[in-house]
Design a protein around this ligand. Structure first.
Ligand code: ZN
Ligand code: ZN
Length: 301
């Protein structure tokens, strides 16, 4: 690449950043969604301003930064630089021998939850059960990435065994669990065969995710990523009933990789796509609960 092109691209990206910041300043709260919005699932960008850019661009008021326990400084910088806009969770690979010590230290240092926990273990295995006990002891929620099928963007399987997770919900009643990722959302349908990440078509009622949310007070749901968005879109009529049924348990999140909260060059921002769908499917008071009230209550913000 020539210097001229590099410089032109740099100037273009500066212009995009500046334009998005100006637009964002006009749209934060209550802004274009008609209410304050909390994103419960944002992974930190390379810079503090990159984090703010995604919030402002998508019309989001506040976000939970999900940060590895060894990269907490960046999250701390965002919180310090923009008071009231960020809080943070901490995560580690639960197969590490000192995982629990690291998480305990992160909580001491200001993390208000654990996650996202994405480890190549069984969700009912000993590594995870140690975490469930710690979370109950410290009274902090855990966001868990449930994935049964390997995919190019996320190779491997993680926290497997959602269909039998009721055993954990029962065994750890004082632990607050927040479910997330493809297996969690695919399992709203009773016919999920763990053979694909984003099943399409009508939902068969009676899936474990729907049942567990109804049966266990300690289970909540993070609606982020393509998995949450796919659930909303595959069977909108079913989804509308689900949103009302679990209106006190569901929390908006993005897990969006786009740079500016407007979809960048691809034009697709997961935050915007999911907020648009939620607004379309849920009555206004339910929408407000899902995008703001449930998470701020759970996180005592
Ligand atoms: Zn995830
Ligand atoms: Zn985005």
């Amino acid at each position: 690449m020539s210097d001229a092109i590099g410089r032109r691209e740099f100037l273009q990206s500066v212009a995009i950043v500046a334009a998005a910041s100006r637009a964002g300043a006009q749209t934060t709260p209550p802004g274009e969604w008609g209410t304050s919005v909390l994103d419960i699932h944002l992974h930190p960008r390379a810079t503090v301003e990159g984090n703010v850019l995604h919030l402002d661009g998508a019309g989001v008021t506040k976000a939970v930064l999900l940060t590895g326990a060894n990269a907490e400084d960046r999250a701390k910088q965002s919180i310090a630089a923009h008071p009231g806009r960020f809080v943070r969770f901490a995560s580690v690979d639960m197969t590490l021998p000192d995982a629990i010590d690291r998480l305990r230290m992160a909580a001491k240092g200001g993390a208000i939850g654990f996650g996202e926990i994405k480890s190549q273990v069984a969700a009912a295995g000993p590594e995870m059960q140690r975490l469930y006990a710690l979370a109950a002891e410290l009274n902090l929620p855990i966001t868990i990435h449930f994935q049964e099928v390997s995919q190019p963007g996320s190779p491997g399987t993680f926290n497997t065994g959602l269909k039998k997770f009721d055993a954990m919900l029962k065994a750890y009643p004082k632990t607050t669990f927040i479910g997330h990722a493809d297996a969690f959302w695919a399992n709203v349908s009773a016919d999920y065969a763990e053979d694909t990440s984003y099943p399409k078509g009508p939902i068969k009622p009676g899936g474990v995710t729907d049942r567990f949310l109804g049966d266990y007070a300690n289970l909540f749901a993070d609606m982020s990523a393509n998995s949450g968005n796919n659930f909303l879109n595959r069977d909108p009529e079913f989804a509308a009933g689900f949103l009302v049924r679990h209106q006190n348990k569901l929390m908006f999140g993005s897990d969006c990789p786009c740079p500016d909260g407007r979809g960048g060059t691809s034009g697709r921002c997961v935050a915007r796509a999911t907020l648009t769908m939620l607004k379309k499917l849920a009555p206004p008071e339910v929408f407000r609960k899902i995008v703001w009230e449930n998470a701020t209550r759970l996180l005592k913000m």
